[in-house]
Design a protein. Structure first.
Length: 253
């Protein structure tokens, strides 16, 4: 079953009141084979310590994760460093305060990140300050990053995002979203021709300022997009990383 949502077709796995996602049980912790215990045992560690170590190892890799209806569902992200699968955050209508929700451990999503109708969320910079890679192994209709009808979102703010390995981006109908013209997606994606960015706040109404430009001491790198040579940043406080910045080695996932 497909649920229509004004300009984009949403499959049942993200639909209004739909069933479970297709890639596995949402929020389930992925279980990997734990490391050999013999080296630890030989050092004389107690069983309580070993139980704690194993629990931390298993909790580090989570997913896939579907968060909807309540801000309290964000607790599924506690202690996650890698989401094995997708991360969907959608249909949270209450307009809650997200300022106290902070997940700096999360660095990798192996499938896609989708945000849809999350009221009250103004930026992702506090929520996911260290998200570095979206791999796109499984995509949402060819997209690895989808931001759709996020009416309160003022900036994306994923200032540590260095690489979207596979798939395009779709950023659509976010009426208050700025800092789009200041992001050079070619620094993150191999190809930008399939990106779909439309129906957001016009850049001329935003007044985006990259760090240091107001003081006439700009610090961000300049690149050319559509023949416009400008500074690149995610927010007024965070420059966009350049391709020359060293990317973290995360090939084990």
């Amino acid at each position: 079953m497909v649920v229509a949502a004004v300009g984009i077709s949403w499959p049942a796995e993200v639909g209004l009141g739909a069933g479970m996602p297709r890639h596995g049980r949402a929020g389930a912790k992925t279980t990997h084979s734990p490391p050999p215990l013999s080296p630890l045992l030989s050092e004389g560690y107690g069983s309580a310590f070993l139980d704690c170590v194993l629990e931390l190892i298993l909790r580090a890799v989570c997913g896939p994760i579907d968060i909807r209806n309540s801000i309290e569902q964000l607790s599924q992200l506690d202690d996650c460093t890698v989401i094995e699968g997708y991360l969907q955050i959608l249909l949270i209508p209450q307009g809650d305060d997200f300022s106290n929700f902070h997940y700096p451990k999360l660095t990798v999503i192996t499938d896609y990140l989708l945000l849809f109708r999350v009221a009250g969320l103004e930026t992702l910079s506090n929520l996911f300050p260290n998200l570095t890679v979206i791999r796109g192994r499984n995509l949402f209709y060819n997209y690895a990053l989808v931001i759709f009808e996020m009416t309160n979102l003022k900036e994306i703010g994923l200032y540590n995002l260095r690489n979207i390995t596979r798939g395009a981006i779709r950023i659509e109908k976010n009426s208050d979203l700025c800092y789009l013209s200041t992001v050079d997606w070619s620094l993150i994606l191999d190809a930008v021709s399939n990106n779909y960015i439309i129906g957001n706040k016009p850049s001329k109404e935003c007044g985006d300022l990259c760090p240091g430009t107001a003081e006439e001491q700009p610090v961000c790198e300049k690149t050319t997009i559509n023949k416009e040579y400008s500074y690149r940043c995610w927010t007024s406080n965070h420059c966009q990383k350049s391709k020359n910045d060293q990317l973290l080695s995360l090939t084990m996932f």
